[in-house]
Design a binder for this molecule. Structure first.
Ligand SMILES: [Zn+2]
Length: 168
């Protein structure tokens, strides 16, 4: 059982691509992007930060997971900005995320979720559970605010066995 859980967790050390829904299995394959526009006072307003695949997907007929800058500009006058995922992992990555939080251009709630998703091992797993009918396997984190401790994520893993979940 334990060994099984470890294997399960290994499968979830990646990040979920918000565009195609597949896992981003290496940090090099990831990109984090958001949209920038100006409010009526000329201040930068950023929105919709999301992890996606960095390059075109071979499997999905070269589907490109990243926003199309031209399309975004045409349809909503927003500029696409982004960073390679590896700039947001580890201690320096956390600092970059904190600086974004301090800057206050992105909504706080969205930045916090990005920090959890990018930095916390297993968080993507808990997150995908909370969006499926397997929600019953989730208990509320002690800290609240969707801030799961590693022990709580482990517990979720221990209760979530079987291949069905892996394919979710
Ligand atoms: Zn993708």
């Amino acid at each position: 059982m334990r060994g099984n859980c470890t294997k399960l967790r290994d499968k979830f050390t990646g990040w979920r691509c918000d565009s195609c829904g597949d896992f981003i299995t290496s940090v090099q394959a990831g990109w984090v992007e958001w949209l920038a526009s100006e409010d009526k006072h000329g201040n930068d307003v950023l929105s919709g930060p999301r992890p996606v695949h960095r390059g075109p997907r071979q499997k999905a007929r070269k589907h490109n997971c990243r926003y199309d800058p031209l399309e975004e500009f045409r349809s909503s006058k927003t500029i696409v900005e982004g960073l390679p995922l590896d700039r947001l992992v580890g201690p320096d990555g956390l600092m970059v995320l904190l600086s974004l939080l301090a800057e206050g251009e992105l909504p706080r709630r969205e930045i916090l979720e990005l920090v959890r998703r990018v930095q916390i091992p297993g968080y993507e797993l808990v997150r995908s559970l909370s969006r499926t009918r397997k929600r019953s396997k989730l208990t509320a984190p002690v800290l609240g605010h969707r801030c799961y401790l590693q022990s709580e994520i482990q517990e979720v893993l221990a209760r979530t066995t079987g291949n069905n979940f892996i394919l979710d």
